[in-house]
Design a binder for this molecule. Structure first.
Ligand code: BV8
Ligand code: ZN
Length: 297
């Protein structure tokens, strides 16, 4: 018998999801009740479906929440288990790599193994279907994620603002490193919290993960392409991000400034604006397939 006294039989997938994930989501849904516009219902709002049906040039800005239902902890939750005593906002810095390269390298190898053993979720797959709809001229994924789940789901145009776990290079000379181990061979959980990074064959420097650390500039060309796409989009979907990290968090305003519509999809009501009828309080892998099926009706 669920907390709310409802029997699990006949519970909708969303309600079962919410009941299983008691705590923030359920409370937030209860709380959301009093936000007239912001819909936390099981079905997407009519304005959102209509807006998506007419969209031609779509940009999808994604964050860690997009991969949460693939079993990849969100960034704030990256320090679970082995890493509980670390601050991700500290580990993800060049200073931390200089100070303690073995801990930082081990953290990124743990995350690379987790991703390698994960699979794209129904949300990732729904975005590839959306891109294939005849009326869609272009759909660009602009992601803050360093995993490759959008690509493995079949998304063609993916711009990685914060780099990738699969593009290591030398910290000293920048030369790309091809010698990463095959994660399929060993399980993530037996990762140590200290692992010496490999050495560069060119200058013997230390190999670093190919991600953008705090305090480091984003790859210029990728940032400019993302900004141009956002400024010419008629619809920006913002999925699974807490919008706390810049300059990525400035993109929704850039879209609005250029007349584009913005729809935020996130189970955390604090990320939604109660004024927008295009926002939807729902997990990505439940909401996005539901949206696609509404478009196909
Ligand atoms: C730079 C790669 C200068 C590494 C990352 C302006 C104002 C304030 C600060 C700054 C500013 N400008 C710059 C700064 C500093 C800093 C910054 O923004 N700090 C923040 C913390 C205040 N920015 C920088 O340092 C940037 N660089 O400015 O350089 C410069 C310029 C030119 C030349 C030289 C230097 C670099 C930022 C990039 C850092 N690298 N990642 C790695 O991954 O290890 S950022 C990293 O954190 C992620 O990539 C992501 O961007 C961010 C985490 O955010 P989210 O992805 O949103 O994840 P989070 O866990 O926070 O939230 C998850 C969300 O999902 C939640 O809302 C949750 O409700 C939702 N969710 C959960 N489950 C689901 C779900 N949603 C849908 N479905 C579900 N099932
Ligand atoms: Zn080198």
């Amino acid at each position: 018998m669920g907390k709310s006294g409802e029997s699990s039989v006949g519970q909708s997938p969303l309600r079962r999801f919410l009941t299983q994930h008691s705590g923030p989501y359920v409370t937030s849904c209860r709380m959301a009740g009093d936000h007239r516009n912001m819909s936390s219902s099981l079905t997407p709002s009519a304005p959102l479906v209509a807006r998506l049906r007419d969209a031609r040039r779509i940009v999808v800005l994604t964050g860690a929440g997009m991969s949460a239902e693939s079993g990849i902890p969100t960034f704030r939750d990256q320090v679970t288990g082995l890493w509980a005593r670390f601050d991700p906002y500290d580990l993800a810095t060049p200073e931390a790599f200089v100070r303690d390269p073995e801990t930082v390298w081990a953290w990124y190898e743990w995350r690379r193994h987790l991703v390698a053993h994960a699979a794209p979720n129904a949300g990732h797959l729904a975005l590839t279907k959306l891109a294939a709809r005849p009326q869609v001229e272009s759909l660009t994924i602009v992601t803050q994620n360093v995993d490759d789940l959008h690509e493995r789901a079949g998304s063609k145009e993916v711009l990685h603002l914060h780099g990738s776990l699969f593009a290591p290079r030398c910290f000293a000379c920048g030369q790309a490193f091809e010698g990463l181990t095959d994660p399929a061979k060993d399980e993530p959980e037996n990762q140590m919290t200290r692992l010496p990074p490999p050495s560069c064959s060119h200058c013997n420097g230390r190999i670093r993960p190919g991600v953008v650390w705090f305090g480091e500039g984003l790859p210029e060309e990728i940032w400019m392409r993302a900004l141009r796409k956002v400024e010419t989009a008629d619809l920006l979907l913002v999925i699974g991000t807490s919008s706390k990290v810049y300059p990525a968090a400035s993109l929704p305003d850039a879209a609005r400034r250029h007349g584009g519509d913005v729809s935020v999809i996130n189970p955390d009501p604090s990320t939604l604006s109660s004024r927008s009828r295009l926002d939807w309080q729902i997990p990505a892998a439940i909401g996005l397939p539901a949206l696609l099926s509404m478009l196909e009706e």
